[in-house]
Design a protein around this ligand. Structure first.
Ligand code: UDP
Length: 238
């Protein structure tokens, strides 16, 4: 039930990489299905949820630009990639009995609603998961920055950033076995130490608007619910 949860309204940032799972590219149906299972549990318990979905499993603007494409044009392709992920997520949610709405920052009326802040809040209040697609709608931004922006706008209690590692380390834990994990760290430390958590635009936005963030490992089953109940499953950045 909702009382068990420390955080009642939440923004979850899912990268494209998280959706690709072991496939490394595209969408892994197993990952999406188990994610939907976990999300069904917390939403049925009364947690209000919005999701910002990335697109790096399909296309990243920067990588297109490094191959000679115009950066803004490449970024629009990246934003469209996030819409594909959003529709795939919605499909899985429906199969798991979760009501959801896709809201896109680029108008695409046949497949999604436009992003309207007050409407997104209303959906969450009615128990619908809002899947936010097409990033901010602007090139030169990332979906991390989108997550930070929407977290502020939608007045959430916490931003949850799903990753493949169990938090923020002082060095890359894959390359350096002595790397130390932080339980808590400040946004200022993240910025000054150049830690690879989110890009600096997203980090500053969260810092300036006092949005706490939990960085956690999505590949461990049950972590979403544990993190929302306040258990120490990753690193809290605040
Ligand atoms: N993007 C953009 N503006 C935004 C959000 C995203 O132009 O507000 C583009 C950008 O090209 C980015 C791509 O969409 O590379 C996919 O998003 P991102 O790389 O953040 O996805 P993730 O790494 O989370 O999978």
């Amino acid at each position: 039930m909702a009382e068990e949860y420390r955080y009642k309204r939440v923004l979850l940032k899912l990268s494209g990489e998280a959706l690709a799972g072991d496939l490394g590219y595209g969408i892994d149906p197993k990952v999406v299905d188990s994610l939907a299972d976990e999300i069904a549990d917390v939403v049925h318990d009364g947690v209000q949820l919005a999701i910002v979905v990335g697109g790096g499993n399909i296309f990243r603007g920067v990588s297109g630009a490094t191959e000679g494409m115009d950066r803004a044009q490449a970024d629009y392709i990246g934003m469209l990639a996030t819409v594909m992920n959003a529709l795939a997520l919605q499909d899985a949610f429906e199969r798991h009995g979760i009501f959801s709405r896709v809201q896109s920052a680029i108008n695409m009326q046949e497949v999604s609603e436009p992003y309207i802040r007050r409407r997104a809040i209303r959906h969450m209040e009615k128990g619908r998961v809002v899947i936010l697609a097409a990033g901010t709608g602007n090139p030169y931004f990332t979906t991390d920055t989108t997550a930070a922006l929407r977290a502020c706008e939608l007045d959430v209690d916490v931003l949850m950033k799903a990753t493949k590692v169990d938090g923020v380390y002082d060095a890359d834990p894959v390359k350096n076995p002595d790397a130390k994990r932080y339980d808590r760290i400040s946004y200022m430390e993240v910025l000054s130490q150049g830690l690879n958590v989110m890009d600096s635009t997203a980090t500053s936005l969260c810092m300036d608007n006092n949005v706490p963030m939990i960085v956690f490992d999505l590949t461990v089953e049950g972590n979403i619910s544990r993190a929302l109940k306040g258990e120490n499953v990753g690193t809290t950045v605040e």
